[in-house]
Design a protein around this ligand. Structure first.
Ligand SMILES: Cc1ncc(COP(=O)(O)O)c(C=O)c1O
Length: 375
């Protein structure tokens, strides 16, 4: 059951792993973060950037060729290319093209869904910490956040979310695998949750890191769309395809909702992004290369953390969340002083650090510093 907001309750709710959920304003969450935690140092391009879960290996030769050949198309509006990409995505995903909405990065997808589900108030249920874009946008347009803590393994806490739902809940946000913890939900548990809850409110499943999941046959929740469940799935070209700068993502949901959400977008993406995404879908070798490199980089990070004796959460993504036992602001500064950018603070885990998998050379720089700093 939800209790009225108070700082003490919020701290209780978020400061320890537990079961109680809370209606909060993200502003209040930020209040819990000491000033010096709010930003990691702003660094230049020459630094090793392990802060934003990007894929450092792009562009592939195929992609570079496509970029070089794009020139003449730049004077054209991109409109007709949206449907081409939507068809290609639909074919790859095994859904109807009318169920796909291409967006400017998955972030536009998250924001659009946050916006349309908050205009008449109510609350959005989620766990914290997670990727906050949808939640922050919804709050900006009038929704309250109905926040549950992670479970005892720092996993997304579906029972707590279920217990927190009330008549005012407009949407549930699930991030699987979750950012920043890298945890993956049990597929049956998630599927059953979606089936039960989506009969009452839409369930949004952020599957931006789905491509990195190594569990064999781990399913997307997109299969529930054709079974008639009200789920919305978000994916991106920013991670495994290495196109974070080109801004292309997409939603999959039922046709009516897809039509409505398509009309709710602010900009959609541009012709460069659309063409790059089309090329990426045909560049299977780069995708496989990215997966192999990510696995190797993660292994290097695990081995270094094991050697130092720092606890971490086995990750199903392209980043690792580990316990330093030191304030993240201090850790971030130490690394920044040596040319490495690490992830920001994720309250209440202010003495944990999120590190992205860079190139193997970049990871080696990180592990060398980590051994020096933490041993
Ligand atoms: C869980 C999650 N969802 C969505 C996004 C947004 O990514 P993009 O807009 O590049 O697709 C990110 C970015 O890191 C993320 O971690």
């Amino acid at each position: 059951m939800n209790t009225a907001f108070s700082r003490r309750n919020l701290l209780k709710s978020l400061g320890v792993i537990g079961t109680s959920s809370m209606l909060v304003h993200p502003k209040e969450l930020m209040d819990l973060m000491p000033d010096e935690y709010r930003q990691t140092p702003n660094m230049g391009d020459d630094n090793v950037r392990l802060s934003s879960n990007e894929n450092p290996y792009s562009p592939s030769p195929k992609m570079a060729k496509a970029i070089a050949e794009l020139g003449p198309d730049l004077c054209r509006y991109p409109n007709m290319h949206f449907s081409t990409l939507e068809k290609m995505i639909a074919e790859r995903e095994g859904v109807d093209p009318a169920q796909v909405v291409v967006t400017s990065g998955s972030r536009e997808a998250l924001n659009a869904v946050g916006l349309v589900n908050s205009l008449n108030g109510g609350n959005i249920a989620a766990c914290m910490p997670t990727y906050k874009s949808l939640l922050s946008y919804a709050e900006h347009f009038g929704a309250l956040l109905n926040i549950s803590p992670l479970d005892e393994n720092m996993g997304y806490n579906l029972p707590a979310i279920k217990a927190s739902l009330n008549d005012e809940t407009k949407l549930v946000f699930i991030c699987n695998p979750n950012n920043p913890t890298g945890t993956l939900l049990d597929a049956d548990e998630l599927s059953n949750f979606c089936k039960e809850v989506s009969t009452k409110v839409p369930v949004f499943v952020d599957e931006v890191y789905k491509d990195y999941i190594e569990e064999k046959d781990y399913p997307s929740m997109k299969g529930l769309i054709d079974e008639g469940y009200n789920v919305i799935i978000a994916r991106t070209f920013s991670k495994i395809y290495g196109l974070a700068g080109a801004r292309v993502g997409y939603l999959m949901t039922n046709k009516d909702q897809a039509t409505y959400l398509r009309k709710s977008l602010m900009s959609g993406t541009n012709i460069l992004g659309l063409k790059m995404a089309m090329t990426a879908l045909e560049d299977e070798s780069f995708r496989e290369f990215s997966l192999v490199k990510n696995k190797q980089a993660k292994q290097m990070i695990y081995e270094a953390l094991d050697e130092i004796g720092l606890k971490y959460i086995p990750s199903h993504t392209n980043f690792v969340f580990f316990h330093t036992g030191q304030p993240i602001a201090q850790v971030a500064k130490t690394f920044a002083d040596r040319g490495v950018e690490v992830g920001r603070a994720f309250p209440p885990f202010n003495d944990w650090c999120r590190i992205s998998t860079g190139t193997l050379e970049e990871v080696e720089v990180f592990t060398t510093i980590a051994k020096d700093v933490f041993s």
